[in-house]
Design a protein around this ligand. Structure first.
Ligand SMILES: NC(=O)c1ccc[n+]([C@@H]2O[C@H](COP(=O)([O-])OP(=O)(O)OC[C@H]3O[C@@H](n4cnc5c(N)ncnc54)[C@H](O)[C@@H]3O)[C@@H](O)[C@H]2O)c1
Length: 253
């Protein structure tokens, strides 16, 4: 479905990003990705390249302006135009209770919000017709556990960035986001029954659950979906929880 479409993915060396890269690759797309993890980045590149050399891995940090510029310069030199941008890379430096510092907090925002903005700016004159941007947000954009301020702020930021960019890029690229819930990236099989059954879908999520929605959003037939967020969390964030109701117990603050 995506034959020869050029797809940029940040943070594709592991986890969800890796699955998104493999899913696009299976559908014929050309993959250009950036990641700080050299070993796993090279491993993914050789997995998808096989005998070919058409895919591209840039070893770099999306939190650094110069590295974003070098990455995109190289992408444009190689491919000319781009069809899809998946802003996937992010991480957490926790928050108030562990005294996340000024610099640590800002770094999460640089990686999770500034990089998606800046990559889009660098690419805005290089999109093919039908271009699509997918931002990976989180259900934590709208709900929280304690000590998660850096990550929650980045996810709130990328969610708002999504509808803002959808307006600015009208007619040039669609922009949507996905909010994953608990997605296991370790192939674990030892979840407890409670881990699974707490989800209305009765299981923990996996990277394919997210990759499938990324491809759905990039499908040209999805072109009336714009500025939207799709939550993929097995129904968890729709669950109303009160102490002593339906077996839920509050045992700590
Ligand atoms: N796994 C979950 O349960 C879950 C839930 C909600 C949202 N998400 C979001 O999905 C996305 C992927 O998460 P994941 O679980 O696959 O994470 P992961 O840690 O398994 O993979 C993240 C990848 O991004 C890379 N990366 C991190 N910082 C980078 C930087 N500064 N520059 C370049 N590359 C960088 C890492 O090296 C890694 O390859 C993230 O945006 C995350 O916030 C994940």
């Amino acid at each position: 479905m995506f034959d020869d479409k050029v797809c940029i993915i940040t943070g594709a060396a592991n986890g969800i990003g890796r699955n998104i890269a493999k899913s696009f690759h299976k559908e014929g797309a050309v993959i250009a990705f950036i990641d700080t993890d050299l070993d796993n980045g090279q491993k993914l590149l050789s997995d998808i390249n096989g005998e070919e050399t058409k895919h591209f891995f840039f070893h770099g940090n999306v939190g650094k302006e110069e590295e974003l510029k070098s990455f995109i310069n190289e992408v444009i030199k190689r491919y000319g135009k781009v069809d899809y941008l998946v802003n996937n890379a992010c991480y957490s430096n926790k928050g108030l209770l562990t005294c996340c510092s000024y610099e640590e907090f800002n770094d999460v925002l640089r990686v999770g919000v500034t990089a998606p903005y800046y990559l889009t700016m660098l690419l805005k004159d290089h999109f093919n017709e039908g271009a699509s941007i997918v931002n990976i947000s989180s259900t934590r954009a709208k709900m929280s556990q304690r000590d998660t301020e850096s990550y929650s702020a980045a996810k709130g930021g990328i969610s708002a960035l999504t509808h803002a960019m959808a307006m600015s890029l009208a007619g040039s690229a669609r922009v949507n986001s996905i909010s994953p819930g608990w997605i296991d990236t370790t192939n674990a099989e030892n979840f407890s029954e409670s881990d699974k059954l707490q989800h209305p879908s009765q299981r923990v999520g996996n990277p394919e659950d997210i990759a499938r929605v990324v491809l759905f959003l990039c499908d040209p037939k999805s072109d009336f979906i714009n500025g939207e967020n799709i939550t993929v969390d097995g129904g968890m964030s729709k669950k109303m929880i009160y102490h002593d109701d339906e077996g839920w117990r509050c045992t700590s603050r």
